[in-house]
Design a protein around this ligand. Structure first.
Ligand code: NAP
Length: 493
């Protein structure tokens, strides 16, 4: 049976677009890219809250093969990322392959026909030889399970569904959450509202953000002499890499790097907040790196403003006109802003139901066993599946280092498959187990197990208590392994 498509890619964000670019380079033209959203860009389409900007410098947070010399700032605002995604889609001919407002309910491997049956909501199944899931890590918004929240009579907005028509001016607002999103959102919200109460459960590590507008002459230089931007990228990527590899992954060997980063963040807090009690509340009590630290120059100073209040007593319930903390105090509000992040481990690995060989259900198998994927991309019993947002797949600090390593992995795998004249690949159980053992062992040195992460409530940890998101090696190693993994780690047919 001939499938309708060479490949179906689920997700039209940077991961899905990178996969499509690689497949086109490999000669596959009959591709379908589906996305549940109304447009491309993934995270950068969904997130539109005030203050949104990338917090990895833009020279690094972009495809290395498609540099953008036009970034307006060191850390580009979200709208520029969205425009960059549109530019990539146009330049690489991806738009005609995309279908929006299309939700994938599930996919099932058809052993007889050696293809994937993909169920699109409300439609007949479509078939493809290969299935690539690029559904993101942070794409299932988490609604807090707080008693009474459904009874709130004012406006409720989650950061992933920002309502730009809703005027915040003069409102009495509350923000729940103090993660990377809240750090960007709170200073902007505070500029408009009359009263702002921030409900913090766990403080976040924040360091200074070396952010400035990129002067026009420098942008011109980047355009005329692209090597200068490549050098800037290399320098920035190297610094991020050092932080990740030495500060996070090799905590056991070099705890002083991690502690140095924490001291740097503490100095930032001391410079910006003079009130010792407020400072105490904003100080994390877990090791730097247990959960993703962030960068901001205006987050801490916002709490110095008289109309901004940091509330650290736990929320007991929400009532129609306010939030009540466990000590019985009620704060009257008319606007509830949820910066409560994403659910990764219950609903996002995988984001859709995927049934492989012998009826193996990927989500169930990961939960009943351990979360695992060979080089963060392929799983035994799931032939012809490339799962881009898998456990242990995230390498480096910029998502683009992960995407491009995965593109290299795809290139090596599909090139070998074609060379053999085959159409079906599957990673071996042995290769997968060896990879899982290797990452498990290497993670032993990381801040996740050697530092103190007990109070961090970090989404890096899954329900089994394992830090199963990050791949514990340098991006150089990840890229090397992606181009050199033993071809015998797969079977081909
Ligand atoms: P997050 O880091 O998971 O933070 C969610 C916040 O909501 C946490 O402070 C959490 O507290 C709090 N929260 C959740 N449920 C709660 C409840 N029931 N009661 C009280 N508090 C609750 O999510 P995020 O801030 O959206 O950031 C997620 C990730 O997105 C970041 O780590 C980063 O990787 C990425 N991001 C990147 C950028 C960028 O590059 N520009 C910007 C934003 C986000 P606990 O910590 O106590 O659970």
């Amino acid at each position: 049976m001939t499938p309708q498509y060479d490949a179906i890619i689920v997700g039209a964000g940077f991961g899905g677009m990178g996969a499509a670019i690689e497949l086109k380079r490999l000669g596959f033209d009959n591709l379908l890219i589906v996305d549940r959203e109304a447009d491309l860009g993934g995270t950068w389409h969904v997130n539109r809250y005030p203050g949104l900007a990338v917090d990895i410098a833009s020279v690094t947070y972009s495809y290395s093969f498609e540099p953008n010399p036009h970034w307006s700032r060191m850390f580009a605002p979200g709208a520029e990322l969205k425009r960059y995604a549109e530019h990539v889609a146009d330049k690489y001919g991806l738009r005609p392959l995309m279908r929006f407002n299309t939700t994938v309910d599930g996919a099932r491997w058809d052993e007889d026909a050696q293809l994937w049956q993909v169920q699109l909501r409300g439609e007949d199944p479509v078939t493809a030889r290969y299935l690539l899931t690029a559904t993101g890590f942070l794409s299932q918004p988490k609604m807090p399970d707080i008693p009474g929240i459904d009874t709130f009579a004012g406006k409720v907005v989650h950061s992933t569904a920002w309502d730009h028509n809703y005027d915040l001016t003069g409102r009495k607002a509350a923000v729940i959450g103090t993660g990377a999103t809240a750090v960007q959102l709170i200073p902007q919200v505070a500029k408009k509202v009359a009263e702002l109460t921030v409900y913090q459960r766990t403080p976040i590590w924040v360091t200074a953000k070396p952010d400035w507008a990129i002067p026009r002459p420098l942008r011109t230089l980047f355009t005329r002499l692209p090597i200068t931007q490549r050098i800037a990228r290399m320098i920035n990527t190297t610094a991020l890499e050092a932080l990740m590899v030495i500060g996070v992954l090799h905590y056991r060997q070099a705890p002083f790097t991690n502690k140095g980063a924490a001291r740097f963040a503490m100095a930032h807090l001391r410079r910006q907040v003079k009130d010792p009690e407020l400072r105490r509340k904003l100080t994390p009590d877990y090791s730097f790196g247990c959960k993703r630290p962030t960068f901001s120059n205006d987050y801490f100073p916002t709490f110095n403003k008289p109309h901004v209040h940091l509330e650290t007593t736990s929320i007991d319930r929400v009532e129609p006109d306010g939030v009540v903390t466990t000590d019985g105090r009620k704060t009257a509000i008319d606007t509830l802003l949820l910066a409560t992040g994403f659910n990764l481990w219950d609903v996002n690995f995988p984001a859709i139901e995927i049934i492989g060989r012998d009826g193996r259900d990927l989500g169930k198998w990961w939960r009943d066993n351990r979360f695992q994927a060979y080089e963060g991309v392929t799983i035994p019993k799931f032939p012809n599946l490339i799962s881009l947002n898998s456990p242990y797949s995230y390498s480096g600090l910029s998502y683009f280092t992960t995407i491009e390593a995965q593109m290299k992995h795809m290139n090596r795998l599909f090139t070998e498959l074609k060379r053999r004249g085959g159409t079906t690949f599957e990673v071996t159980e042995e290769a997968n187990t060896a990879f899982l053992n290797q990452v498990t062992e290497r993670l032993e040195d990381s801040v996740f197990y050697r530092g103190d992460c007990s109070t961090a409530r970090s989404y890096y940890f899954n329900q089994h208590g394992e830090a199963a998101l990050l791949r514990p090696n340098s991006t150089l190693t990840t890229h090397r392994q992606a181009t050199r993994f033993p071809l015998s780690d797969y079977t081909y047919a």
